[in-house]
Design a protein around this ligand. Structure first.
Ligand code: PEP
Ligand code: MN
Length: 266
């Protein structure tokens, strides 16, 4: 059902007035994790000031170590939703288990399924039964074919509002946190009718690569870019090394807009 052979036209997903997959790149910014009301409000204000429509932030955090910050859960989601409402933004946030869906859905506009859960088939079936868009991230060791099959689980359960997100894969290369598989973007665009995003933060894990990676993503035909923004990355409770601060975000977004104008991306 996700195949281009089944549906030739691009799927366009409209959230809060933002059309994802319409040929003009969209953007999702926000902190790695929701940490406090003040933190998410500052980021929401900066995003709103750019005229953007979406904010991300993790409340249920899937962490590699059980001793790392696990997220604020539902309380965090409520903070994110309050900040988003104030600046008229839609909320993108990860859900890690079907059990959290019901409590979380009133506070989330786009449900993120994280890399670690790309083959959590019960979660895929559960988000297939909601009527909100799903941002499905590629598993860190998933092939493109496995990624497409994960999306197929969601659509087969009844939800065709799926955004695919390339977020880097595990390779032998250590210069970046993961290896951004940029060619997955045109492959996914050819093979499926779904919009394709690139997460430049988790793929590169390097602040200095966020801009070139986003330019590459846009140039190769991605429908959008996701990147993490935190008011004070040095004290962030997760992903301190790669989040942008608010000034960097400002410069970053302006540089991307200039790039898009220069090369006449819509
Ligand atoms: C995230 O986007 O918050 C995240 C945890 O990313 P990933 O699932 O791609 O590792
Ligand atoms: Mn992160």
């Amino acid at each position: 059902l996700v195949s281009r052979k089944k549906k030739a036209e691009d799927t366009i997903i409209t959230i809060n007035g933002e059309s994802i997959g319409d040929g003009t790149p969209s953007f999702i910014f926000g902190p790695c994790a929701v940490e406090s009301q003040d933190q998410v409000s500052k980021v929401a204000e900066a995003i709103g000031a750019k005229g953007l429509k979406l904010i991300r932030g993790g409340a249920y955090k899937p962490r590699t170590s059980p001793y790392d910050f696990q997220g604020l859960g539902l309380e965090g989601l409520k903070m994110l939703k309050a900040a988003a409402d104030q600046y008229k933004l839609a909320v993108v946030s990860e859900i890690v288990t079907p059990h959290h869906l019901e409590e979380a859905l009133p506070f989330v506009d786009v449900v993120q399924v994280g890399a670690r859960n790309m083959q959590n088939f019960e979660l895929l079936k559960a988000v297939g039964q909601i009527n909100k868009p799903v941002l499905l991230k590629r598993g860190m060791s998933a092939t493109v074919d496995e990624f497409i099959n994960a999306a197929e689980y969601i659509i087969a359960s009844g939800n065709s509002q799926i955004i695919l997100c390339e977020r880097g894969i595990r390779t032998y290369e250590k210069a970046t946190r993961n290896t951004l598989d940029i060619s997955a973007v045109p492959i996914l665009k050819q093979e499926t009718h779904l919009p394709v995003f690139v997460d430049v933060t988790h793929s590169t894990g390097r602040r200095d690569l966020l801009l070139p990676a986003a330019k590459a993503a846009i140039a190769i035909g991605a429908d959008g870019v996701m990147a993490e923004v935190h008011p004070d990355p040095a004290v962030a409770l997760s992903d301190a090394a790669q989040q942008m601060d608010l000034n960097q975000f400002d410069d970053y977004y302006d540089a991307l807009m200039k790039f898009m104008k220069q090369y006449e991306f819509k």
